[in-house]
Design a binder for this molecule. Structure first.
Ligand code: NAP
Length: 246
């Protein structure tokens, strides 16, 4: 199959790209501006799966016309797309009372509207194929996290978007599911998670540890597989059993 993954240059997106290649798929992934990180992923891809196609595209998912032109290029370059994973996301921390218009918009535009633009752009291809797998990337923060109002709102919005897509396109052979990871160590959590949050996590997560990248990427690969063909419209927690954040 052919995967399209946004934010594939680092963290969870990179793990999804590399696992998809390992499992014999071709991949187009995007990054916002860090070309060097994308080049490192391309080099790893070449070592890992020399026979597979892996291409990187610069894309700011907040820009709907850029999403349109990158999607067209991907379809020209790879011929098709079967699995769409709008993973790109950001977090900006501020108490609601202090959050600026700009910060609110940047988070919502990236995490929720950007994911919508990407899915909308590939839907005609998936519908024409009468097959598709869409995996949205929410967060345990969807339930509300103090200091992350915009992030929580965007991640809760993705669950509603996923359930809607599941209902609208299930009959066309397209499944949509949403993963809900907890605390996974990536650049995002190093930069945005406080020491208190880390302590809370280690104390209250039943598994007493953070999640690993592969524990997220392998769920995405499963949701894209034949074995997951009858799973549609779900939000799947990957949190080690922890259900809430402070
Ligand atoms: P990360 O390491 O910070 O990587 C973020 C990726 O998104 C990078 O590839 C970045 O590209 C890209 N990106 C950011 N803004 C973008 C934009 N406007 N347009 C296009 N690409 C953009 O993040 P991560 O921790 O892997 O998180 C990936 C996803 O998982 C996010 O949606 C996040 O909310 C979600 N998540 C993460 C955790 C966690 O614990 N890490 C938990 C739950 C959910 P550049 O490198 O070019 O900037």
């Amino acid at each position: 199959m052919i995967f399209f993954v946004t934010g594939g240059s680092r963290g969870i997106g990179e793990a999804i790209v590399l696992d998809a290649l390992r499992e014999g798929h071709d991949v187009a992934f995007t990054y916002r501006e860090n070309r060097a990180a994308a080049e490192r992923v391309l080099a790893r891809a070449k070592d890992l799966a020399p026979g597979r196609r892996c291409l990187a595209y610069a894309l700011d998912v907040r820009d709907s016309s850029a999403v349109e032109s990158v999607a067209d290029r991907v379809l020209d370059d790879l011929g098709d797309v079967h699995v769409v994973v709008p993973n790109a996301g950001i977090a900006i921390n501020a108490l609601a009372v202090n959050m600026s218009d700009e910060d609110w918009r940047e988070v919502l535009d990236t995490n929720l509207t950007g994911a919508f633009y990407v899915v909308r752009q590939f839907l005609p291809t998936l519908i024409a194929n009468r097959f598709g797998r869409i995996v949205l990337v929410s967060s345990m923060g969807r339930g509300g996290v103090s200091g992350q109002a915009a992030y929580a709102a965007s991640k809760a919005g993705l669950v509603g978007l996923g359930r809607t897509l599941a209902k609208e396109y299930g009959k066309r052979g397209i499944t949509t599911n949403t993963i809900v990871p907890g605390f996974i160590e990536t650049d995002m959590t190093v930069e945005r998670m406080s020491e208190d949050n880390r302590k809370f996590w280690l104390e209250y997560c039943p598994l007493e540890r953070l999640g690993e990248l592969s524990e997220v990427s392998k769920v995405v690969l499963f949701l894209a597989s034949d074995g997951a063909g009858f799973i549609n419209g779900h939000a799947i927690d990957i949190t080690g059993g922890l259900e809430w954040a402070p």
